[in-house]
Design a protein around this ligand. Structure first.
Ligand SMILES: Nc1ncnc2c1ncn2[C@@H]1O[C@H](COP(=O)(O)OP(=O)(O)OP(=O)(O)O)[C@@H](O)[C@H]1O
Length: 583
């Protein structure tokens, strides 16, 4: 049955995702450093965002009012003088609370506690700064740059998400930090906002001060795009714009040929290997780097990257270097390493450590065997559950290619990304997927981390991921920025061991797991040991739905052709011999 042909016939999907907004708390702050200038106002939005801003009128209006009020409060406060409480926290005035009793302004430690409780934030360390309640609060506490705040609002970032509320004041206080927050919860801005502000504050120093390391090129590129949006039109002095760069192949060769000075950029975003090669060639020095950020830190500190990460660390020689780690999953061994390289770090956990995003509806589907998985995809289509955009993850390049050909045969609007595809191909496919031209993206784990496709409705784990962490990141490609999403994991008999950690993640994120599924995954001691040794996945059968009869006929035909060739050879040999006899 050609169900995909029906699916691909002239329909269209919403290109910009739904209009759900990020559910971030609305809260305020305590006073720290005062902006003596005051009187901030937000410039009008760009024309190209007119529509979005009109639709979002009340939200922006609210924040513009807040900024103006904040400036007014500042000057009033300066006249009255701020009062310090017993712990040295400065009192701004009375705490405001919303209807749920959550403080809208964080003035005291009690306010901070209530607020953290509302988003299950666990923050530990010495002298932890109070969280911020809103972006405009940054003006009064940190002399925040007006242009940067304006860029935030122009890009529709009007309220901080919980991880941003916590991380921005910590990083602006020049502290080392380990941060773990769910996928799609705004970790990128949580490190970009303070980094940009710090570069602006340190405008007297030229050269590379901020370095962001990401495990994949796709993610590095995405961070670069976000950072460039926020750095737009920010000047460090009259002639010098704040310069951000992605360390690409072409930039590396420009640095090598001295076409570009290595002091040109304030912030560079790179993958580890590319960075090490320019550093080893002495085309770029990391000696002035003051802020080093590891995004997807657990990946950068696992065995694939740890040597490179170590080399980067030792190349950053500034004694005032601040180090930051972000991820949705930070296992204990990575935390241990973090403590050895960091100076008195603050640890921020939002929600359960290593839990999946709660906006994702997670399901397990038992498929029996490999053929069953293809049938299960078709079943999802039939039931109307295969709602594009969809991402399908597989464990190897060979299997990703095989599934791609199977689904192409079904005329599904599909493409595939894996490490063997060129960067140009990968970039084009991602662009098509983001624009809605491509409905279904098949990939290996190369796209499992960090990549932000806003409207993904469904993630299918065609192959069970090899760890709970891999699972959390893969399914985290949906349910981002406060939207809801669905994740389906196919498993067969041979996956019954590997499914156990997935069931644990599901239970921890509040998903229902039926008892019989839990039984299927219960393991003997021996099985557990085998899983620990990485033997949980045995060799999988090939992906193919070509019926056995067809395969048999093909084999018979091949055998017949070979037999006929053999016969011909034998006849010519006989002829040759008889010819020789007669000669
Ligand atoms: N304050 C905010 N207000 C509105 N949207 C936001 C805000 N901060 C971030 N977002 C949006 O939320 C989405 C997810 O953010 P981001 O990519 O930073 O997630 P993440 O936590 O890094 O996820 P992952 O762990 O998968 O890397 C993005 O589309 C981003 O633009």
């Amino acid at each position: 049955m050609d169900i995909f042909r029906v699916l691909t016939r002239g329909a269209s999907i919403k290109k910009n995702g739904d209009s759900n907004k990020t559910q971030s708390a609305d809260f305020s702050m305590a006073n720290e450093k005062k902006n003596k200038k005051g009187g901030n106002s937000i410039a009008a939005g760009r024309e190209d965002q007119q529509m979005t801003r009109e639709l979002d009128f009340f939200r922006n209006k609210k924040i513009i009012n807040k900024v103006e009020n904040s400036a007014r409060n500042e000057s009033e406060k300066e006249q009255k003088g701020a009062v310090a409480d017993e712990d040295g926290d400065e009192e701004l005035g009375d705490s405001d609370v919303d209807q749920a009793g959550i403080p809208e302004k964080v003035i005291t430690k009690q306010d901070a506690l209530k607020l953290r409780k509302s988003y299950q934030g666990n923050v530990t360390g010495q002298n932890v700064p109070l969280p911020i309640g809103s972006f405009e609060d940054l003006i009064s506490r940190f002399q925040f740059d007006k242009r940067l705040l304006s860029n935030l609002i122009e890009n529709n970032f009007t309220e901080p998400t919980p991880i941003q509320s916590e991380s921005i004041p910590i990083l602006l206080n020049e502290r080392d930090m380990i941060a773990c927050a769910p996928t799609g919860s705004g970790k990128t801005l949580a490190f970009l906002i303070p980094l940009l502000q710090q570069i602006i504050s340190d405008k007297a120093t030229t050269g590379l001060k901020g370095l962001i390391i990401s495990p994949t090129k796709e993610l590095a590129n995405q961070i670069f795009i976000e950072c460039s949006k926020l750095a737009n039109k920010i000047y460090l002095d009259k002639k010098r714009p704040l310069q951000v760069a992605l360390l690409s192949k072409s930039l590396s060769s420009k640095l090598r040929n001295k076409v570009i000075s290595q002091d040109k950029y304030d912030i560079i975003i790179s993958t580890p290997l590319r960075l090490i090669s320019v550093v080893q060639n002495e085309d770029l020095s990391l000696g002035k780097v003051k802020h080093l950020i590891f995004d997807e830190a657990d990946k950068l500190f696992d065995k694939t990257f740890v040597e490179q990460t170590d080399e980067i660390l030792s190349s950053c020689t500034d004694p005032q270097l601040r180090k930051t780690m972000f991820s949705a999953t930070i296992p204990s061994n990575v935390e241990e390493i973090a403590h050895t390289i960091m100076n008195d770090p603050i640890r921020v956990i939002i929600g359960h450590k290593e839990a999946a995003n709660r906006n994702i509806d997670q399901q397990l589907v038992f498929c029996g065997n490999e053929e069953g998985k293809l049938i299960a995809i078709r079943q999802l289509v039939l039931e109307g559950e295969f709602k594009p955009p969809v991402i399908i993850f597989l464990e190897s390049i060979t299997r990703a290619k095989a599934l791609f050909h199977e689904l192409l045969y079904d005329k599904l609007n599909v493409d595939v990304i894996h490490a063997e595809r060129t960067q140009v191909q990968r970039d084009k496919i991602i662009e098509r997927f983001k624009s809605g031209d491509l409905w279904c993206l098949i990939c290996t784990d190369v796209l499992a981390r960090g990549v932000d496709f806003k409207g993904v409705n469904l993630v299918i784990n065609y192959d069970v991921p090899r760890s709970a962490q891999a699972y959390v990141h893969r399914i985290g490609r949906t349910g981002r920025g406060g939207r809801s999403g669905k994740a389906v994991t196919f498993y067969s008999k041979q996956d019954s061991l590997a499914i156990k950690p997935i069931i644990n993640v599901m239970k921890q994120s509040g998903c229902e797991v039926s008892e019989w599924m839990q039984k299927i995954s219960s393991m003997t001691k021996r099985e557990k040991e085998s899983l620990k040794k990485g033997k949980g996945h045995s060799e999988r059968r090939q992906i193919s739905t070509v019926p056995k009869v067809v395969k048999q006929k093909k084999r018979q035909r091949k055998e017949m052709i070979e037999a006929s060739k053999r016969r011909k050879l034998e006849t010519s040999d006989v002829e040759l011999e008889s010819g020789n006899d007669s000669a």
